[in-house]
Every structure is written in structure tokens, then in C-alpha cells.
Design a protein around this ligand. Structure first.
Ligand code: NAD
Ligand code: UDP
Length: 321
């Protein structure tokens, strides 16, 4: 539902037709803001934003953020970039360009418009972390020439650009280090573990365990993530981040597979596959900063979030478009 907001802002969401971006557009519109979704639809889809198209405060434009953009704007959420290892490695040069040139173009837009800008950075800046859990002060352990580097180093360079624009141009910036986020509107063939396991379980296919399955991740439900992103954008200008946004509940991939099997009631088996190169062994956010700066913490338990995501995929798989 949209209501009149006398403090409505003009907000650009790059990557607004993607998984996270579409939820963000929805929440910003519901708060009464004017939203311009900027997307080249490489991993996003019009289906993700179809329900927003009738909203007079919503516009969508096909645009690649590696090219400059001219518009009037008060706030920018820079979400554009494929997030699934399968997709960001499919065209690694475009991935680096999206992170680096996309950041420059959006930072220039923010400077011209005197807008506040938030960067969707990632826990991947910590690489295969040797400090556990990961606080923001940890500089990370990234292979700069590996298969994941196009994403990890692209995002690290984007953070550098954000802080240099902040220092040189006094631009208000917010850097969010997003940890693994899941929920409705992930693509069924996205390649990330949550969507893979759920879709495989619902189809009665073997669940693909990469490596020994003892590697861990910490998963946050999309509603909690979007809440945190909006809270971060609304902090005073002196708050720049980087701020970890994730759920500290950590789980090995084998345990995740078993949980998905239990929640779906599936009789699928488990199938071993080679571990992709540079796959981080462990990942868990230290969210002390988010707790104190945003007065926030995730509230959706993994079982509840997975159940909602399973219900979504049941519908998608029954009525494919
Ligand atoms: P997604 O792939 O669903 O969405 C990314 C969107 O960006 C898509 O709509 C895609 O079409 C668009 N896009 C990609 N390159 C573009 C370009 N050059 N120009 C314009 N649009 C472009 O991924 P997501 O999970 O929604 O992730 C959104 C953002 O959050 C990404 O920047 C990602 O790096 C970051 N992030 C996500 C996670 C996660 O677990 N979902 C974790 C860490 C960081
Ligand atoms: N993974 C897996 N089976 C899959 C997909 C992924 O075991 O079908 C593993 C992957 O090797 C990694 C973890 O699950 O250790 C999370 O992978 P994802 O691609 O979701 O995110 P990321 O590696 O970027 O955190």
C-alpha cells in the first residue's frame, strides 16, 4: 500500500529488478518515496517488478550502470551486480566493470545531484577469512587472481572509490557489507545454495553438496536485510560504514541440506560435487556495529525464512511463466 509522504524522496535503485533490489523498491514505494529502478536485466527480470508497474511513483529504465546516468535524485542505492558465483563468473570482465565503472558513474551522479549514496558491498571482501567471526576492521584474505576475484576485488575497489569520493568531495556515503541473503524472488536457476537446494528438493532431484559440505555460511532473510539497508541509509551523514549486515547464525552446508529436506518433506538424496575454487571455508558476521548504529538485528529464524522461500518456489515451479 502506498501513502502520501510529505518527506518523499526521489530514490534511484540500481539493480532494482533483481532479487534484493525488487524488495527494496517495494519497501521504498510503500514508505511513499518516488523510485526509479535502473537495470540492464542481466540477472534481474521484469517479472520481479511487474507488480510495481501500476504505481504512479515507480519508474523503470533499462540502463547499464557501466555507462553514465543523468537524472535528478536525492538518494541512490547501488545494488547493480550479479551476486551468484555462477553468474558473476560467466562474464567476469563485465562483473568487474559493473562494480568499478558502475560505482564511478553512480558516485558522479550523486555528486551532481548532491545525493546520498549507499553501496551494496559484500562479505566477499573478507575472501576466505582467517578471522572468525568477521568484524568490519578485518581487511580480508582475497585471492586477487582467482575465479572469484572479478566480484571480490570489484567490490573492494568500489568500497575504495566510495571512501575516496567521501574524502575528496564530502559526499555522504553508506557502505553495507551484505552477507548471504535469501528469500522469495531468487531465480530458480540462480546457482546459489539456498535456491539450488530448495528447487532440487521440490523436484525430487539430488541436492548438490560442493566439497565435504562442512563449509559454513550465515544466511539472512531478505526482509531483515532490506530493513537494515533502509536504516543504514537513514543514519546521520557521519555514519559511513562499512557495516556488516547479516544474521550471525552460522550453518554448515550439509546441515542446510538436511534442514531443507525436512522442511520440504523431500526424499531427495545428497550428491557430492567438487568444491569450486577459492570457496570460503567459513563466514559469520560480527554485527555489533549494526546493532548499535541501526538499533537493528535480524528477527527471522532460518527455519521460518526457509519455509517462506519454499512456499515461494512451490508456486513458481507449479506455475512457471
Ligand atoms: P541479483 O543478481 O538478483 O540482482 C542484481 C541486479 O543487478 C539484477 O537485476 C541485474 O540485472 C542488475 N545488473 C547487473 N549488472 C548490471 C549493470 N551493469 N547495469 C545495470 N544493472 C545491472 O542479485 P542480488 O542478490 O539481488 O544482489 C543485489 C546486490 O547485493 C548486488 O550488488 C550484490 O553484489 C549485493 N549482495 C548480495 C548478496 C546476496 O546474498 N543476495 C550478498 C552480498 C552482496
Ligand atoms: N554450494 C553447495 N551446493 C550448491 C551451491 C552452493 O554446496 O548447489 C555451496 C558453495 O560451495 C558455498 C556455499 O554453498 O560453499 C554457498 O554458496 P553460494 O553460491 O550460495 O554463496 P557464496 O559462496 O557466494 O557465499
Amino acid at each position: 500500500m502506498t501513502f502520501y509522504n510529505p518527506n518523499a524522496r526521489r530514490i534511484v535503485v540500481t539493480g532494482g529488478a533483481g532479487f534484493l533490489g525488487s524488495h527494496l523498491c517495494e519497501r521504498l514505494l510503500a514508505a511513499g518515496h518516488h523510485v526509479l529502478c535502473v537495470d540492464n536485466y542481466c540477472t534481474g527480470s521484469r517479472a520481479n517488478i511487474a507488480h510495481l508497474m501500476g504505481n504512479p511513483f515507480f519508474e523503470a529504465v533499462r540502463h547499464d550502470v557501466t555507462l553514465p546516468l543523468q537524472t535528478e535524485v536525492d538518494e541512490i542505492y547501488n545494488m547493480a551486480c550479479p551476486a551468484s558465483p555462477v553468474y558473476y563468473q560467466a562474464d567476469p570482465i563485465q562483473t568487474t566493470k559493473t562494480s568499478v565503472l558502475g560505482a564511478i558513474n553512480m558516485l558522479e551522479l550523486a555528486c551532481r545531484s548532491k545525493a546520498k549514496i549507499l553501496q551494496a558491498s559484500t562479505s566477499e571482501v573478507y575472501g576466505d577469512p582467517q578471522v572468525h567471526p568477521q568484524p568490519e576492521a578485518y581487511w580480508g584474505h582475497v585471492n586477487p587472481i582467482g575465479l572469484r576475484a572479478c566480484y571480490d576485488e570489484g567490490k573492494r575497489c568500489a568500497e575504495t572509490l566510495f571512501f575516496d569520493y567521501h574524502r575528496r568531495a564530502a559526499l555522504p556515503i553508506k557502505v553495507a557489507r551484505i552477507f548471504n541473503t535469501y528469500g522469495p524472488r531468487m531465480q530458480a536457476n540462480d546457482g546459489r545454495v539456498v535456491s539450488n537446494f530448495i528447487v532440487q528438493a521440490l523436484r525430487g532431484l539430488p541436492l548438490t553438496i560442493y566439497g565435504d559440505g562442512n563449509q559454513t555460511r550465515s544466511f539472512i532473510f531478505v526482509d531483515d536485510q532490506v530493513d537494515a539497508l533502509i536504516r543504514l541509509m537513514e543514519t546521520p551523514d557521519l555514519v559511513t560504514g562499512p557495516v556488516n549486515l547479516g544474521n550471525p547464525t552460522e550453518i554448515p552446508m550439509l546441515a542446510l541440506a538436511e534442514l531443507v529436506l525436512r522442511l520440504t518433506g523431500s526424499r531427495s538424496t545428497l550428491e557430492r560435487h567438487p568444491l569450486p575454487s577459492d570457496d570460503p571455508r567459513q563466514r559469520r558476521p560480527d554485527i555489533s556495529q549494526a546493532r548499535s548504529l541501526l538499533l537493528w538485528e535480524p528477527t527471522t529464524a532460518l527455519e521460518d525464512g526457509l519455509s517462506k522461500t519454499i512456499a515461494y518456489f512451490e508456486q513458481v515451479l507449479s506455475f512457471p511463466d
